[in-house]
Design a protein around this ligand. Structure first.
Ligand code: ZN
Length: 164
């Protein structure tokens, strides 16, 4: 039904991906789980990846190497913060070095625990993959038109997308 559609802004794309570090180690992948569904051109993928996917057809594969500034940013040693435990899920179970999710105004953000105190937690706000040059293996599984509701919400619905 949506065969032949190419990736463009406001179309819904489904991708499978694997991310490898400079040493070839796989750091993240959704090959086994649910594919990632995204309303294209709305920033749910890295801008360099959205640009590379533009005009591609389902079934195409991309292999991209992104520098830290194109991927998850440079690692900043001063990018830490002391926050109240109430902003973190299950704060008393956290241990230094673990990752947790902080709810921010811009949405959930993965942070790394530095130190757990009585009422506060010191966290590192750098993205866990900050400072790394990364290789992205991306398979474009499908492309379809977005529904009016998806366009109004600015994100994709259905399996792999937002559930309301
Ligand atoms: Zn929605």
């Amino acid at each position: 039904m949506s065969e032949g559609l190419l990736v463009a802004k406001d179309r819904v794309i489904t991708v499978r991906y694997a991310i490898r570090g400079a040493d070839g180690t796989e750091v993240e992948s959704n090959r086994e789980g649910e594919p990632f569904v995204s309303l294209h051109g709305h920033g749910s993928l890295l801008p360099a990846i959205e640009t590379a996917l533009d005009g591609k057809a389902s079934g195409e594969r991309l292999n991209l190497t992104l520098t830290p500034d194109q991927a998850f940013g440079e690692h900043r040693s001063d990018f830490t913060q002391r926050i109240s435990k109430k902003y973190l899920p299950n704060p008393n179970r956290l241990k230094p070095g673990e990752q947790t999710t902080l709810q921010t105004r811009e949405g959930p953000r993965t942070v790394t625990v530095i130190k757990v105190g009585g009422k506060v937690v010191d966290i590192d706000l750098n993205h866990p993959l900050a400072g790394q040059t990364l290789e992205f293996d991306i398979e474009l599984v499908s492309v379809r038109e977005a529904t009016a509701e998806e366009l109004a919400h600015g994100h994709a619905h259905g399996p792999g997308g937002h559930h309301h």
